[in-house]
Design a protein around this ligand. Structure first.
Ligand SMILES: [Zn+2]
Ligand SMILES: [Zn+2]
Length: 374
């Protein structure tokens, strides 16, 4: 026996990822009913991730190539950044009730694989991320199911919809900074001031760095980076790589280079440039997804610099809780980071904006609001 809000309709609007550049919008999708242990969420906002935009454009990471299988299982409803109110609960759900405002971690961990057993659930082997695998349809719909293994987090009513939809990107920032492990007084460089980079800056600010430096090619984004706590912002497009490297080194103690470099731009040049900005025994964190392989002189990692090279993926163990806490504390400018709220039927326009908008319109985090009518 499930309990549901009496206003839940029979059908809803939703978006389907059917293939590369094929994301139709439907007006008559059946609203799913929660089974035992499941929750039906009425989606408030669904964020469009750079990953969604790369998937739309056909990146091999999602659609496979000669070295790897496809990750996305089309057709599927996209969307892993979301918050909403519980509209119905399935049998056996006792921790949550209709009306509760929640979000859920993007990876629905299996609980039994090697990584889950090691406490690394965000690396879970089956890796069911909402909106990519068909067993976990995502948030670009009026309603979505949160399966019984889904890890829910309560969202305080004080958070605006823009703040709530920013929980997922900020939680990724929490984990990236955790991997960088900056010490008080360290110089920290964050390359790329998109929604994740801005989250990384906000979290890094709280780690009391000696100097927090933001790099990007857009003046609008660098202005946002200042709002997120960057002490120094450098436009690598106008400076050029050599001058940007020299500028960063000149800002560090003795000119040795930065203690921590966090790469969140998705541009290969940012990796090459970062390897020239770090001091010996620095920590280089890679968060981005790249459209194509990046080439670097790998001997720099060991022989020249003895770097700590660390990857960061998704939100780690405590990312969601910390992100909710930071947003509730009011120190993160999510109201400006979320630049667009669009109806579901403008999903393709939203993705185009995330992919650069043809240079005609600036954007940062683009969110879909299923309650809006296009
Ligand atoms: Zn995301
Ligand atoms: Zn697992």
């Amino acid at each position: 026996m499930s309990t549901k809000d009496t206003t839940v309709p029979e059908t809803m609007r939703s978006v389907t990822c059917r293939g590369i550049r094929d994301y139709p919008h439907h007006g008559d999708t059946l609203v799913p009913m929660p089974g035992p242990g499941e929750v039906l969420l009425r989606v408030e906002h669904a964020g469009i991730c750079a990953g969604d935009a790369k998937c739309f454009a056909g990146a091999p990471l999602f659609w496979g190539d000669s070295t790897r299988p496809a990750y996305v299982q089309a057709p599927v409803t996209p969307g892993h950044e979301f918050a909403g109110h519980i509209a119905a609960v399935g049998a056996g759900v006792t921790a949550y009730a209709v009306g509760n405002r929640v979000t859920a971690e993007q990876v629905v961990a299996c609980g039994t694989c090697l990584y889950c057993r090691k406490g690394l659930r965000w690396l879970c082997a089956p890796h069911d991320i909402y909106g990519f695998h068909s067993c976990v349809p995502g948030a670009m719909a009026e309603y979505m199911i949160l399966p019984s293994k889904s890890l829910l987090h309560r969202v305080p009513s004080s958070l605006t919809p823009k703040e709530a939809v920013y929980i997922e990107p900020l939680s990724c920032g929490v984990h990236a900074v955790e991997r960088g492990n900056p010490q008080p007084g360290d110089t920290v460089v964050v390359s790329g001031c998109g929604p994740i980079g801005l989250g990384i800056l906000s979290v890094a600010r709280a780690a009391s760095p000696g100097r927090l430096i933001a790099l990007d090619c857009s003046e609008e984004r660098l202005a946002l980076a200042r709002t997120c706590g960057a002490d120094t912002v450098l436009n690598v497009a106008t400076l050029g790589a050599d001058a940007a490297v020299a500028a960063v080194r000149a800002l560090t103690d003795g000119g040795y280079g930065t203690d921590v470099y966090i790469e969140a731009s998705g541009a290969g040049a940012s990796v090459q440039q970062g390897l020239r900005m770090v001091r010996k025994a620095a920590t280089f964190v890679e968060f981005s997804v790249f459209a194509k392989p990046v080439t670097v002189d790998w001997s720099v990692i060991g022989d020249t610099l003895e770097l700590d090279l660390r990857g960061a993926h998704c939100s780690g163990d405590g990312g969601y809780a910390r992100a909710v806490e930071m947003l509730a504390g009011g120190g993160v400018p999510a109201e400006v980071i979320v630049s667009h709220e669009l109806p579901l039927d403008e999903v393709v326009r939203g993705i185009d904006l995330v992919n650069g908008g043809g240079g005609t319109e600036a954007s940062c985090k683009v969110a879909l609001d299923p309650a809006l009518r296009g």
